[in-house]
Design a protein around this ligand. Structure first.
Ligand code: NAI
Ligand code: 15L
Length: 268
């Protein structure tokens, strides 16, 4: 049967807030979790991903998990280790212990950030491209994808790892014209990831059907995802304001954009 009760981690964040608004229309009963209170949601569980007991209770009885919680930008390795690497492990362990066998994992384009984007008719980036993380953050997303593969092979728990481009209400940069995922397409993709059958561990890119798309959406479409949006209507103004991307600039030549030139953040 299709999952109905879904735990949404990271519910207070940007994407979590968008998905809290959009996913109930698909018939889901969302249980919310974040380390900070979720505005307007007094029933949301306030817990850190380090709290295994709280995670076990949070996943008890749900049909699936959408795992968005974590640090969503570059940070020190120590912080990334705790929230994204250990935190994602704790979440999978809690799900295993409670028999929850479907997870949608918010991976990121920064797992392949050093990959040059296709120029002049070059082929789209396949989902099988070698990972080239551009930050400790991107590295943690590669770990999450491997963790998902391991829990499938070892324990039969299914995951769709969604390498999200940029999911915000509107594209706000020229790079985002290629990687944008409209919130509505995001909800369509998460719904497909929750309901597709026999997925094992599937890696997909998460974006709309952008005219300037850089990667291959075939594995997402195979789940039943049909994107309906395209960033192109935003192109004229963004290009007029900022110019086209300059492949000679290291911060504009590869998928990860300015994450490539973000200096490593060391702990104080
Ligand atoms: P965000 O930073 O707005 O939200 C993340 C949420 O996770 C926050 O509410 C935060 O309180 C919570 N969180 C952080 N550490 C936690 C911990 N240890 N325990 C419990 N909760 C914790 O990020 P956003 O944009 O909403 O992204 C959500 C997820 O999607 C993240 O995993 C991010 O890496 C991923 N992603 C998002 C993209 C986007 O375009 N928004 C692009 C690619 C990936
Ligand atoms: C991400 O992984 C970040 O979480 C998000 O805030 C954006 O920076 C996005 O990638 C992006 O690449 O635009």
């Amino acid at each position: 049967p299709a999952p109905r009760t879904v735990l949404l981690t990271g519910a207070a964040g940007g994407l979590g807030t968008l998905m809290r608004g959009l996913l109930p229309a698909y018939g889901y009963d969302l249980r919310l979790l974040d380390m900070v209170p979720v505005e307007g949601e007094p029933d949301a569980i306030v817990a850190d991903l380090a709290d295994r007991d709280a995670l076990r209770e949070a996943v008890r009885g749900v049909d699936a998990v959408i795992h968005l919680a974590g640090i969503s930008l570059e940070a020190s390795f120590e912080k990334i280790l705790k929230a994204n690497i250990e935190g994602t492990y704790h979440l999978y362990e809690a799900a295993r212990e409670e028999g929850v066998d479907r997870i949608v994992f918010a991976s990121s384009n920064h797992a392949i950030g050093w990959t040059p984007y296709p120029k002049d008719g070059e082929p789209l980036i396949p989902v099988t491209t070698p990972r080239r993380p551009d930050t400790f953050y991107g590295l943690s997303k590669g770990f999450g994808e491997d963790l998902a593969q391991f829990y499938w092979d070892k324990h039969g728990m299914e995951t769709v790892s969604v390498r999200i481009g940029s999911c915000f209400p509107e594209p706000t940069s020229v790079r985002m014209l290629s990687v944008w995922m409209s919130p509505e397409d995001g909800a369509r993709l998460f719904h497909a990831a929750l309901t597709a059958e026999e997925i094992g561990h599937t890696v997909v890119y998460g974006s709309s059907a952008n005219t300037r798309l850089w990667w291959d959406l075939d594995s997402a479409r195979a789940l039943g995802y049909e994107p309906r949006d395209d960033s192109e209507p935003y192109a004229e103004k963004l290009v007029a304001d900022h110019g086209e991307l300059d492949p000679a600039d290291p911060a504009q030549a590869s998928v990860g954009g300015h994450f490539l030139t973000t200096p490593p953040i060391w702990p104080r």
